[in-house]
Design a protein around this ligand. Structure first.
Ligand code: NAD
Length: 484
């Protein structure tokens, strides 16, 4: 199968590949080798209005298509991704440094399933139904969507917005993360190859603080769907709010994994460490606080240390590698900064936290941290790297209180010998997703994902994810409605 070729140093707006006037050049680097793997335009702020105008034209076309046309388009995009699976997997692995097999699973196979799930959901969604008053309730695409995504699971995060937006009949202007724009442009090329009309999907590359800010400040969009940090999300939400545009915000986390006294400690700790260190810990819903019964703390720390030290940190293309580099030198500095401040605060770094022994690349050995106070920075703030904090709890109520003592509420895990008890306790946790005994993401990715508290507003995936992109209209006195 021929590889897709993506025009170099071009963004994709209104169905055209080009480098906007006054754009600077931005180099994309492979974090494992530090080599430049692509150059993209760094769009100036003034470019935002051009992109929004293109998306408005796209919306006129796309919102007039049938649900079946949109569902089939999602299926065709899924097929195109499957055909080019290997190329897209290698590209994302090169951009983020995640091991190739993880990139294939998380950045190709999962988004393909999300696309297919939305084709099915679109076909059965209540687009036009009657209420008890005899009025028609019509759901339709809300308009132009500004989508802003981070770098950690880049293709999944784009498709989690693009699939429901397209299903609803919306058009999209995507501003992908600075560090990982190439996979977004690759998706644009796939959309072009399946004949998606011009202006329906637009990709604007550049700095968040420049063209990202200008997009959010623009008039002419109805929804901003943002995934990223709490700091930027708060600002994006404020700007959108001032325009009475909707903001769906998927933000950070400091997720707990609670091990209750009747759980299998070894399985619980081993699984939590592995979940925490997926994608070198650069994962919004990583269980980064492991809460264990006080009298088992030393045992839990020893198990966690053993698992952390079994990681093979290195070349993402080597099949024996289990952890690649961090995404950038700056991200590695953020993580080592957290670790050194934790040490000054009295915490004990049991293992890891060292730049790994490669000549090049932003590698860091995974760290286990304990002896932390509940109020310390490392116990409360999102680190976004391979760092697991192990803490003691004093029974059920204390564990739940400790789990909920966070400004975040994205996700949580509960471990018990009695899954029914665990599921019951899950209902006391303030988080958008709670996993019982390490259950993995279902193969059918329709369970809602999103945050309580400062982890965000809105939900992605499944029918809830589609609701985010839909406007609701009541037609009163609709003559097609029977009088009965
Ligand atoms: P970030 O907030 O720095 O950047 C996210 C995106 O926002 C990037 O595309 C960036 O260019 C853009 N941006 C930056 N400033 C902007 C501005 N003023 N206006 C508009 N756009 C702007 O986050 P990051 O470092 O790329 O990603 C890591 C963060 O994302 C972590 O906090 C993580 O928890 C969070 N995250 C959340 C989820 C979730 O689903 N809840 C998923 C993945 C990552």
């Amino acid at each position: 199968m021929a590889e897709i070729s993506v025009p170099s140093n071009s963004l994709f707006v209104g169905g055209r590949w080009y480098r906007p006037e006054a754009a600077a050049d931005f180099e994309v680097r492979n974090p494992a080798t530090e080599e430049v793997i692509g150059i993209v335009p760094e769009a100036p702020a003034e470019f935002a209005s051009e992109a929004i105008a293109a998306a408005q034209a796209g919306f006129e076309l796309w919102s007039a298509t049938s649900v079946e046309t949109r569902a089939k388009t999602l299926e065709r995009l899924a097929e195109a991704m499957e055909v080019h699976r290997s190329q897209l997997g290698r590209l994302t692995s090169a951009e983020i440094g995640t091991p190739l097999k993880d990139a294939l699973g998380g950045q190709v196979d999962l988004p393909v399933r999300v696309l297919r799930s939305y084709a099915e959901i679109a076909r059965r969604y209540p687009w036009d139904e009657r209420d008890e008053a005899g009025s028609s309730v019509v759901r339709e695409g809300a308009g132009v969507v500004v989508a802003i995504t981070p770098w950690n699971f880049p293709v999944h995060q784009i498709i989690a917005k693009l699939a429901p937006a397209l299903a609803a009949g919306c058009s999209v202007v995507l501003k992908p993360a600075e560090l990982t724009p190439l996979n977004a442009l690759f998706l644009a090329a796939l959309c072009e190859s399946i004949g998606l009309p011009d202006g329906v999907f637009n990709v604007v590359t550049g700095q968040g603080s420049v063209v990202g800010e200008a997009l959010v400040q623009s008039d002419g969009y109805e929804i901003v769907s943002f995934t990223g940090s709490l700091k930027v999300g708060r600002h994006v939400g404020e700007v959108a709010g001032s325009k009475i545009a909707r903001a769906a915000l998927e933000l950070g986390g400091k997720s707990p994994a609670i091990v209750f006294v009747d759980a299998d400690l070894t399985v619980a700790v081993q699984t939590t460490v592995r979940n925490c260190f997926v994608n070198a810990g650069q994962k919004c819903n990583a269980p980064t606080r492991l809460l264990v019964p006080r009298n088992r703390l030393d045992e839990a720390v020893a198990i966690a240390k053993e698992v952390a030290e079994s990681y093979v940190v290195g070349d993402p293309n080597d099949p024996s590698t289990t952890m690649g580099p961090l995404v950038s030198a700056a991200q590695r500095e953020v993580v080592t900064g957290f670790l050194s401040r934790a040490q000054s605060d009295g915490a004990r770094i049991v293992t890891g936290g060292r730049a790994a022994q490669q000549d090049r690349g932003y590698f860091l050995t995974p760290a286990i941290v304990t002896d932390v106070s509940r109020s310390s920075e490392i116990a409360r703030e999102e680190v976004f790297g391979p760092v697991l904090v192990v803490m003691a709890h004093d029974g059920e109520d204390d564990a739940i209180a400790l789990a909920n003592d966070s400004e975040y509420g994205l996700s949580a895990e509960v471990w018990s010998g009695d899954p029914g008890r665990a599921a019951h306790l899950a209902r006391r946790i303030k988080a958008g997703q709670v996993r019982v005994n390490g259950v993995r993401t279902p193969a059918l990715p329709v369970s809602p994902f999103g945050g309580y508290k400062r982890s965000g507003n809105g939900r992605e995936l499944g029918e809830f994810g589609l609701d985010e992109f839909v406007e609701i209209k009541a037609v009163l006195g609709d003559p097609t409605v029977s009088e009965a």
